[in-house]
Design a protein around this ligand. Sequence first.
Ligand code: SF4
Length: 315
Amino acid sequence: MLTTPIETNYYRTYNQYLQEKFGCRVYKVSIDGGFTCPNIDGSKGVGGCTFCDETGSSSRTNPKKTNITEQLLANIEHRRNRFKAQKFIAYFQSYTNTYSRIERLKKLYDEATTAHPDVVGLAISTRPDCVDEAKLDLIASYKSKILPYVSVEYGLQTIHNESLARVNRCETHEDFLQAYQWTVDRNLDHCIHVIIGMPGETWEHMMQTADKLAELKVNGVKIHMLVAMENTPIAQEYQAGLWESMTFETYVETCVDFIERLHPSCVIHRVAGNGHFKHVVAPKWMAGERREVMQAIDETFANRGTRQGSQCRFL
Ligand code: SF4
């Protein structure tokens, strides 16, 4: 378990960004708002993305099913004690956190943003096809009225529609471009989640995704490696020999290639770490290796003499 942030000179980290913005140690605290997902309940698809586990890709944020305020207060206490955090961002993480009626969204977001005086931000993770202008207006209203930091996090994963179909994503790159434009129109902070190692993708596919994010000049990117969690279709594919996970070395090299192509202004929220290691089927090397991955990424940048943006085509 990574307990303290690793600082790096090779890419712009989320910790650095928050420190610059707030001048103190700020941590995200995850909340489970009790949402589901249109790719699970049948309105867009059934079964979910092939890599989605029973937690909605959230690392089991609320096993006791407590309410928003209880979750926030418990997580704030934990982070304050363990990491000396001073301010907090309420982070709706599990499943699709804009997938409900707007009245219910407002009630949940209101509760999260007023549960504790040290909550200074709101972050909402969702699918690009689950926002509309009214929902983004609601989210933007917290920025103008209440909080200095409001962010929407979109699961893009890849710009390639054939790869999205391959993992049963049931949405398209065009859905993302529409949501992104509405988000930029409202001057909302945003973070785009991408996956390195999508089934069927070559190095060129992944670099094309990086180039597109650089061209759009997105605020932030969260980089995931595709991990097979237990009881998921991708784990079955792995066990049947239909999908191979990346080696440690290939992931590190590809991740550095990806970051080199991003715009230097982009905030890198994460470069490693998915899911709880106890429930990982493949690759087994990622169990508890987040710090090692981050160190290897730094060493690779040092050996190459490059950094974030070195290969950016949109400066
Ligand atoms: S969009 Fe997210 S919550 Fe929905 S099935 Fe895919 S990974 Fe799971």
